[in-house]
Write a protein that binds this ligand. Structure first.
Ligand SMILES: C[S@@+](CC[C@H](N)C(=O)[O-])C[C@H]1O[C@@H](n2cnc3c(N)ncnc32)[C@H](O)[C@@H]1O
Length: 275
């Protein structure tokens, strides 16, 4: 198992720069965060950390914002315990409850049980919330679905609950794959889960592709997603900040996708596109 580094960032002024810093950190490999009153704690697998990447983050170079950090190695963290401390049930539009087994049932029309371990996707984060919010109004009945960058597979599980047919969930990260398998069993849905990236696509097509990853991965992988999306199919994206939207839409326009709906929550955005 990979050891993690814990970074303690102090940020002033705090908002909205804490969320924007998180977006930039995700792009260089950070994968978990805890919000503090004066900054954030951010975690990255030790093997992925490169101090030059961190120094090149625009926000850290911005003289109008004060950002300082210290870091330490975190061997053998019990992530389940950490999550239990920090994970509250999520309510999306009074329709979907995302909770752990140890939380009480919220009695909403949809319920997703997640034990997140180290994988991203509890609905805490605005991007997961936005994806679920968009999905509430989409028709999944008998559709083939790809959840790319599935994390906990919260989105794939919700797609199945909304009647999806064959649903494939893929993540680059081994822990996410393991966790997705456990969550599929917990929620009593059948998913085809594997470790991989867009490079593994090509053998089958989908009616709906969900991809909540990050700006750079999306820009490079949208053409591959579109190549396996059926005509008339839908591509639902998030992991972007409002200032990434123009760059993403440029790629989407080149791929002849039409923007159907844009939702924003804090500085995060989700885009629903149609082929
Ligand atoms: C922002 S999380 C989204 C998780 C979940 N789908 C959700 O909406 O809550 C992004 C996920 O994408 C995965 N990921 C990052 N780069 C990837 C890539 N190139 N291909 C596939 N998955 C990737 C990460 O491991 C992480 O689990």
């Amino acid at each position: 198992m990979n050891n993690y580094l814990e970074f303690n960032f102090k940020i002033s002024p705090l908002q909205p720069w804490n969320e924007i810093l998180m977006a930039e950190l995700i792009e260089i490999g950070f994968d978990s965060f805890t919000e503090e009153h004066d900054g954030i704690l951010a975690y990255i697998p030790k093997d992925l950390f490169n101090e030059n990447d961190l120094k090149q983050i625009h926000l850290i170079q911005n003289p109008e914002i004060s950002i300082s950090y210290t870091y330490q190695e975190m061997p053998n963290i019990n992530w389940n315990e950490e999550w239990e401390k920090n994970f509250d049930p999520i309510n999306v539009e009074n329709q979907v409850s995302i909770r752990a087994e140890f939380h009480e049932n919220q009695n909403l029309p949809h319920e997703i049980i997640i034990q997140p371990k180290m994988s991203f996707g509890t609905g805490h984060h605005a991007t997961t919330y936005l994806m679920i919010q968009q999905m509430l109004d989409m028709d999944f009945e008998n559709k083939t679905v790809l959840d790319m960058g599935c994390g906990t597979s919260v989105l794939a599980i919700f797609a199945k609950q909304k009647g999806a047919g064959k649903t494939v969930a893929i993540d680059i990260d081994e822990w996410s794959v393991e966790n997705s398998k456990e969550n599929a069993v917990r929620n009593n849905v059948e998913l085809e889960i594997s470790q991989g990236t867009a490079d593994n696509l090509g053998n089958e097509n989908f009616d709906i592709i969900l991809a909540n990853i990050n700006r750079n991965i999306l820009i490079s992988d949208i053409p591959t997603y579109v190549s396996v999306l059926n005509d008339g199919g839908q591509l639902l994206l998030s992991g972007l900040c409002f200032f990434d939207v123009d760059d993403i839409l440029e790629v989407c326009t080149e791929q002849k996708l039409t923007l159907k709906r844009k939702l924003q929550r804090e500085e995060w955005v989700s885009l629903l596109l149609e082929k």
